[in-house]
Design a protein around this ligand. Structure first.
Ligand SMILES: O=P(O)(O)O[C@H]1O[C@H](CO)[C@@H](O)[C@H]1O
Ligand code: HPA
Length: 284
């Protein structure tokens, strides 16, 4: 029995009387980590120019990537480079305002490190977004494509693509009256940083790609590997032309402008998807 007085308050499971050593063992720390990890539920990754989705986070605490030990920094336009912790629709979230791209010089293992971190911090559901060029002729600039699948071109040597539609979210889109501007399609990630040539776009079309970007595939692959549920979508910021005579290459400015013009609807979408996850996940 310890010599110090005991208030017998075990309401948080901590029993001062039994804790005679005042030592924080690895096991004890892991228990604390597990407890805290249960408090963060949804991870959100904002794509290029889509950082305003972070404004959907309430009671937020922001941490700059540059202030986090060993964290990479965002080097491209339209990525603020900070983590936001807080609540969306009363669901605890962590949101990346800025992701890491392979073309920035980071290996894929570094690009996906934050997804692993999310897993360690308790995230069970990932919402990954990106700006992408539309290849499907029925897509317009400003449309949203829900990623029903992806083509892991960079991983042709072995990674499995994500499969399967998410009926629940498809219904949600209908409830929000967004179905005219929302599609389900196949996304692929090119290495970048340059946009695709006409010949490459023609090849991607033959392969069944509906929208092309430079991210997300490896994040979703990692999240699935960690056992998270994923919802990924693309904002179509430009139409990819496969016509040598009339086509124009996308510019970074138009990509960011379209993201800005869709700020409100993207915030509504992310709020409702997080709410949906909160209501349907039984606190997994
Ligand atoms: O995928 P996110 O981060 O949205 O960025 C997309 O937009 C940039 C091109 O303008 C590329 O980095 C492409 O991947
Ligand atoms: O057309 C595109 N290609 C690749 N990445 C992109 N990100 C936005 N638009 C595009």
């Amino acid at each position: 029995m310890s010599a110090y007085s005991c208030n017998n308050n075990k309401s948080n499971g901590y029993d001062m009387c039994e804790d005679t050593e005042n030592e924080y063992t690895y096991e004890k720390l892991m228990k604390i980590r597990e407890f805290l990890a249960e408090r963060i539920h949804v991870g959100i990754i904002c794509g290029s120019g889509l950082g305003s989705m972070g404004e959907a986070v309430r009671n937020s605490v922001c941490i700059e990537y540059k202030d986090i030990p060993s964290f990479p920094i965002s080097t491209v336009q339209g990525h603020k480079g900070r983590l936001i912790f807080g609540y969306v629709s009363d669901v605890p979230v962590m949101c990346m305002q800025g992701r890491f791209h392979y073309y920035e010089g980071y290996p894929l293992s570094k690009c996906v490190m934050p997804v692993r971190l999310m897993k360690l911090l308790g995230v069970t559901h990932l919402i990954a977004s990106n700006a992408a060029g539309g290849l499907n002729p029925s897509y317009k600039v400003g449309d949203i494509m829900l990623q029903k699948d992806h083509l892991n071109i960079m991983g042709f040597s072995g990674n499995n693509p994500l499969r399967g539609p998410n009926d629940g979210v498809t219904n949600l889109v209908r409830q929000l009256g967004m179905e005219d501007d929302v599609h389900e399609g196949v996304y692929t990630c090119m290495g970048g940083p340059n946009y695709e040539t006409v010949a490459e776009l023609r090849a991607l079309k033959v392969l069944g790609v509906d929208a092309v970007g430079m991210s997300t595939v490896h994040e979703v692959t990692t999240a699935k590997h960690c056992g998270m549920k994923c919802f990924a979508f693309s904002l179509i910021t430009n139409i990819c032309s496969i016509d040598y005579e009339n086509g124009e290459e996308a510019t970074c400015e138009e990509v960011l402008d379209v993201g800005k013009s869709k700020e409100t609807i993207l915030k509504v979408l992310v709020e409702n998807v997080v709410k949906f996850i909160g209501e349907h996940s039984n606190n997994e």
